[in-house]
Design a protein. Sequence first.
Length: 244
Amino acid sequence: PPGCVASWPTDWKRPRAPSIRCPWACACATGSWGASRRCRPSISPVTWPRPPPWFFFSDCVSAGTAVLAEYNYLVKKVVFNIDILPVVKVFASIFVHAFFVAFMLALFVAYGYLPDLYVLQVVYYSLGVLILALGISYLTSAISVFFPDMRQIVNIALQVGIWATPIMWSIHDMKEKIPDAAMAVLKLNPMYYIVQGYREALIDKAWFFEHPGMTLYFWCFTAAVCVLGVTVFKRLKVHFADMM
């Protein structure tokens, strides 16, 4: 639908400020500020790669969950292939994400960190976010037709999820403070792989295939979510027009 893609140039005006301020917010949360009473940005870019993948994922899932309600006129009154609605809505978020990744890389260059081959992995991890979010969107958008509160549940889950992902805290610091069992549970979060991947691509300079176990787990989890989401969507879509 025209509203999905044609509106992307103005999407950056939505709650995008946290993406820009988040390096400084993360520094506040992780205690990397100085002793001054006023917040002064830390010059260390170590926190910069963490927010963009999460906000990309959050935008994709929240928009994808609400897509059938937003374009209910296509579902009810027009002969239209509604299977593509979650795809178009999720893919529309790429443009905003690309802008903020470019902005982040420009900050790195300004601080003297020039891009190298490791930076290309951002495309790989972004693709991972896209596929995972698409699978979740198929599932949640189908359920939301029958259970409208699903949209609120998804928003709450995203708010909680940001604290379960190494964005506002450092995984290296947490390893010393929590037991190994708790760390293993945190790593079950698929966005752990993505956020750490961004950091390793831009800061630690490591390749994704250096973690074969986490890579296999992420893609198996993502494949399972996609299969479940598409199956539920196809099973329920014949009832969408009657329920809306």
